[in-house]
Ligand binder design. Structure first.
Ligand code: PMP
Length: 397
């Protein structure tokens, strides 16, 4: 029965990570997978998480199933983080949130929900976008289109082209936006551009799906929600996929959420029954631990303050690495202009390195970068910056 099955292609990002692990080079550098690393190259457990876990361990009395949609304390905390304290959406109960296994789980449930209830809809993603978007949506049979986003020559957002392509999206289709820290380019719309996008969305009548995987990694928790909150002023319906893998460092606990916003509380309740149905037939109900940690932190003043300061620490470290990278390349005599990297935000930047240069860096210098030239800035440290920039300077010659 299984003889005829052919091997699936390696995942472009996780496959690279496997190759990195196998490389015996002691000086190897991993700028592939998007995981935060500290100065020692470790992905630490946040102190806020450790403290929350201690409390949970002491207080936990059961491992009984959660409900399909997850724990109430978590679900309401997610909404406060997205919309802000006591936002009318919350007080009028216009949104419903389900805890999903990670942001990927949220996207997958959203995809199934869209396929079932908006069967004619095409989903539009930015060009480029996170490598898994297309696969997740196609896996449920959705048509996936792409809209213009990146200007490879100017290394910036091609906003005119973005507006032009989104103006072609018909009413009833779905458009995916990266809430902040666009993956893979590191380039987000400005506040004014978000405003124009929200107005266009309202005029065209497409449904926005916000993928919000890096809240707090750009400028701050509230600042990073600015695009989403601008949309709330113009658009009454949307889907939001949250991930807490990065901002809580809870990668392997699989904590995310899918939020649906409707015009009335009644519609939100009704639509949510269908979201719960997608979950029930998929993984039945979510894993508890990670969401209990997030809820404990978000619902406790002291832990929240500690988490916010640790999140700030991660954000500032990445910003610092961006500047250091640009300055070190310059100091090594690289004449190409890399200053755009210090203006971008989040974990990633598009370096502009070609696939050939990326291969040469891996083979000759043990420097691992995704084939598209996307670099995970979080993998840089003061210690590896010198060898990293030496390698890049050599392949650019
Ligand atoms: N969306 C984007 C844009 C991402 O970068 C990621 C993680 N790399 C995800 C979603 C998925 O997040 P999670 O690991 O929580 O499934």
């Amino acid at each position: 029965m299984f003889e005829h099955i052919q091997a699936a292609p390696a995942d472009p990002i996780l496959g690279l990570n496997d190759a990195y692990k196998k490389d015996p080079n002691p000086n190897k550098i991993n700028l592939g997978v998007g995981v935060f690393k500290d100065e020692q190259g470790n992905t630490p457990i946040l102190n806020a998480v450790k403290q929350a876990e201690k409390r949970l361990l002491a207080e936990e009395t059961t491992k009984n199933y959660l409900s399909i949609e997850g724990a109430p304390a978590y679900r309401s905390a997610v909404q406060t983080l997205l919309f802000g304290h006591n936002h009318p959406i919350i007080t009028k109960q216009l949104a419903q949130t389900a805890h999903t296994p990670g942001g990927t789980g949220a996207l997958r449930v959203a995809a199934e929900f869209i396929k079932k209830h908006l069967p004619e809809a095409t989903i539009w993603v930015s060009n480029p976008t996170w490598a898994n978007h297309q696969s997740v949506f196609q896996s449920v049979g959705l048509e996936v289109g792409s809209y213009a986003y990146y200007d490879a020559n100017a290394k910036s957002l091609d906003f005119e082209a973005m507006l032009a392509s989104l103006s072609q999206v018909p009413e009833g289709d779905v458009v995916l936006f990266h809430g902040c820290c666009h993956n893979p380019t590191g380039i987000d719309p400005t506040p004014e551009q978000w405003y124009q996008l929200a107005k266009l969305c309202s005029k065209q009548g497409f449904l926005p799906l916000f993928d919000f995987a890096y809240q707090g990694f750009g400028q701050g928790l509230q600042e990073d929600a600015q695009g989403l909150r601008t949309f709330l002023e113009y658009v009454p319906e949307m889907l939001i996929a949250s991930s807490f893998s990065k901002n809580f460092g809870l990668y392997n606990e699989r904590v995310g959420a899918l939020t649906i916003l409707c015009e009335t509380a009644e519609q939100a309740d009704t639509a949510f029954t269908q979201i719960k149905r997608c979950i029930r037939t998929n993984y039945s109900n979510p894993p508890s631990h990670g969401s209990a940690v997030v809820a404990e932190i978000l619902n406790d003043k002291e832990l929240y303050a500690l988490w916010e300061s640790e999140l700030k620490g991660m954000r500032l470290r990445i910003h610092e690495m961006r500047s250091l990278f640009v300055n070190t390349l310059r100091a090594k005599g690289v004449i190409q202009d890399f200053s755009f990297i210090s203006h971008q935000q989040g974990m990633f930047s598009f370096s502009g390195l070609t696939p050939e240069q990326v291969t040469q860096l891996r083979k000759e210098y043990g420097i691992y970068i995704v084939g598209s030239g996307r670099i995970s800035v979080a993998g840089m440290t003061h210690d590896n910056m010198g060898p990293l920039c030496d390698g890049i300077a050599a392949v650019l010659k």
